[in-house]
Design a protein around this ligand. Structure first.
Ligand code: ADP
Ligand code: F6P
Length: 319
């Protein structure tokens, strides 16, 4: 058999570990492996590189993706999928492992429907893939954000300031809530939960007046609003000097954590086993610590309920 592997959409730490696992598992089963560069663009344009056991040596600990990644508007069109399918036939590919987010899975479903079996691996820091409890890159991004907030706390505390910190997550608050708990933030604002800036400010003033503490950390999720403007509003309403920090793309880089390396390796291994059986149009996930697979359309229509209990833990332990 000959299989392809590509990374698509936003990069995430652990994608290299997944590429390594796919390659090593496939090679050990006697398969040939082709790395497709820059996501679906590389498939349409034939940007490929042959991968073998040694070409994926030393990449486990590296952030980013050795295959590069991109967004490919052309692949959203029927003609783009047709071109990609023809390239797969030309390359003699029996299947493709697509590492990316839900957009990438929609593309993988289209390509599967066109006759090329595709397996999706959830690779995104946002953890916004409903069929899995954890995505590749999520744990590393949370650890990076937590370390950054620990540093911000040092300076906030020294100056008796409030720090408003914006973390990534597109439209999902998973990173924000977990990092807020782990970094001991006072509160966190996310799209999934109502919040009241006036009440937060009132609370801060009361805490300051009671002498309990004089510095504050507020984590906000991307999409909630402008961190700078919110910082100004808080400063004006509380009288507490406030600074805003947008952590940004630093959260997407760096060496993956143990959790992400192991998850990526398990998922990459599992994906090859599916392709070996001729199975396509599936997404791999982890549930109750077990790796499993689900139909792509079903995966895309699943709901992951917001963890209200976790938010309550933050609220009950913040002060
Ligand atoms: P992610 O996979 O991280 O969600 P994107 O939404 O940017 O990232 O999707 C990555 C790529 O997947 C896109 O550039 C496009 O090539 C493909 N894609 C996205 N949405 C669709 C769709 N609805 N149908 C087919 N392909 C899609
Ligand atoms: O999906 C990952 C992510 O980092 C989101 O958290 C963020 O909204 C988006 O990608 C940023 O995308 P770009 O790399 O195009 O700026």
């Amino acid at each position: 058999m000959k299989i392809g592997v590509l990374t698509s959409g936003g990069d995430a730490p652990g994608m290299n570990a997944a590429i390594r696992a796919v390659t090593r598992t496939a090679v050990n089963k006697g398969m040939e492996v082709i790395g497709i560069q820059r996501g679906y663009n590389g498939l349409i344009n034939g940007e490929t590189v042959k991968l073998d056991a040694s070409s994926v040596s030393g990449i486990m600990q590296r952030g980013g993706t050795i295959l590069y990644t991109a967004r490919c508007p052309e692949f959203r069109e029927k003609a783009g999928v047709e071109k990609a399918k023809n390239k797969c036939l030309e390359l003699g590919l029996d299947g493709i492992v697509v590492i990316g987010g839900d957009g990438s899975f929609r593309g993988a479903a289209d390509l599967s429907a066109a006759g090329i079996p595709c397996i999706g691996l959830p690779g995104t820091i946002d953890n916004d893939i409903q069929c899995t409890e954890s995505t590749i890159g999520y744990d590393t991004a949370m650890n990076t954000a937590m370390e950054m907030i620990d540093k911000l706390r040092d300076t906030s505390q020294s100056h008796d300031r409030c720090s408003v910190v914006e973390v990534m997550g597109r439209r999902a608050g998973y990173i924000a809530v977990n990092v807020a708990i782990a970094a001991g933030a006072e509160t966190c604002m996310i799209l999934e939960k109502d919040y009241d800036v006036d009440a937060i400010c009132e609370n801060m003033k009361n805490i300051k007046d009671s002498g309990k503490k004089k510095h504050f950390i507020i984590v906000i999720s991307e999409g909630v609003g402008n961190a700078e403007a919110l910082g100004k509003e808080i400063e004006q309403k509380t009288g507490i000097s406030t600074r805003a920090t947008v952590l940004g793309h630093v959260q997407r880089g760096g060496s993956p954590t143990v959790r992400d390396r192991v998850l990526a390796t398990q998922m990459g291994h599992y994906a090859v086993e599916l392709l070996e059986k001729g199975i396509g149009n599936r997404v791999v996930g982890i549930k109750d610590n077990k790796i499993y697979d689900v139909d792509i359309q079903e995966a895309l229509s699943m709901q992951k309920p917001f963890d209200d209990d976790l938010y309550q833990v933050l609220t009950d332990t913040a002060f």
